[in-house]
Write a protein that binds this ligand. Sequence first.
Ligand SMILES: Cc1cc2nc3c(=O)[nH]c(=O)nc-3n(C[C@H](O)[C@H](O)[C@H](O)COP(=O)(O)OP(=O)(O)OC[C@H]3O[C@@H](n4cnc5c(N)ncnc54)[C@H](O)[C@@H]3O)c2cc1C
Length: 442
Amino acid sequence: MTNREVELLAVGAGPSNLGLAVALEELAPDLAENSLIIDRCQRIEWQRGMLLPWATSQVSFLKDLVTQRNPRSKFSFLNHLHATGRLDDFINMGSFTPYRVEISEYLRWVAGSLTKVGKELGRDCVSIEPQRDTGGTLTGWRTTLADDTSISSRYLAIGIGRDPHIPQVLAGLPANRIIHSTQFRQRVAELPKERPYRIAVVGSSQSAAEMFRALRDDLPDSEVAWVMRAIGLSGDESSKFTNELYYPSFVDQFFAARPEAREQILREMHRTNYSCLTPATLESLYEDRYLDRLGRPTGNRLITMVDITAAREVADGVVLELTDRRTGAVTELRRDLVLLGTGFARETPRLIRRLADAIGLDRVDVTRQYRLILDEPSAAACYLQGANEATHGIADSLLSVLAHRAEEITRDILAHRAGRADRDHGHARRRGEAVAVGQSSA
Ligand SMILES: Cc1cc2nc3c(=O)[nH]c(=O)nc-3n(C[C@H](O)[C@H](O)[C@H](O)COP(=O)(O)OP(=O)(O)OC[C@H]3O[C@@H](n4cnc5c(N)ncnc54)[C@H](O)[C@@H]3O)c2cc1C
């Protein structure tokens, strides 16, 4: 097995770690020169499974990888438009929310514009182990890739997104009958188009809605049943007031809040981001429904207020047992394919949990600066991006805070490197003391 060494390895080349790469190039060029960002995919794409031609971003283009932190940066979305000759078109469009494909192109452009941070695609990280010196002190990380090579690093930034949520009742169905939204575009593209499919879309999320809508073009002869627990489709509850809670500055307030206050905030903000649809999506779905009723009715329908209480494979597909929440009546739905708009697991991603086990941690916690709390003295550090909703708030998995987060992580690494940061936040935790906000900013 060949092993290489870099100072900082960033696993995952999504917006989080690309934002970090930009911050490294701008704020810590010598560290950037010895940093590497890897991704398991051969091509940088944003939310590749749901990269639908008409889907738009839900946040302003100004929440790109850098503008909120450094509006003069050459890595901004606006500079990307300028550099690629699209600025006039974008201005003329008059929209704050670019198409998802535009954000994806922007991410690829940023990756291609990095001059210091190394970038390798098609590198699937399968495990990460702590490395220790002869005295047992943690000195770094050994990241093993699917091709059996490994990379050692003193610093690690994990930005791999979240694990797809597959409801337990459906987990036993054969893989060829189930498509999670994260695989939608690729898997549907592989299906023979000549036959009509009986399809169930599950969930009441934005992804479920987008799949339901996309099937009209992608598999137009199919008969689609959209199955959900909810009483129907609802719009998101965002307003300019609740959107202030997505400000990067709100992370401090959330982190400092008492546990019951954090719970309240997450509970009350839930419908600003989860199990809800954008107003534009609701409008367009309803328009389709109206026109279907006016013209040739399709077999497409919504089945609301049901639980999927069992699922089994049969000779020609799968059978979902639906229990009506109003009456308790049980019916069966025969399908060729089940499409899951069921979102993402709430738990910490598996790769990170396995790393925590290897370190000997009984739980995964991070400091305000996103540094994994290690519970032991350490010369190394590991940062988690996008996996800290419980401590850093609902915006943690979104674009809204990542430009600032990238700076906070960069400055924390610089402080740690210079020996200024408290190297063992875990000792504070053991003593029951709070980890102070902003304690290790350089
Ligand atoms: C369909 C959809 C639409 C969304 N739209 C918005 C929006 O409009 N606005 C918004 O703010 N947020 C949106 N989000 C939330 C989204 O999580 C963030 O926008 C953003 O993508 C988070 O970036 P990330 O880098 O943390 O994770 P991701 O974007 O998920 O990137 C993770 C990267 O890590 C790679 N990776 C994973 N595992 C490994 C491994 N083991 N080894 C190597 N590489 C690996 C993946 O290939 C991927 O490239 C959306 C999410 C979805 C699912």
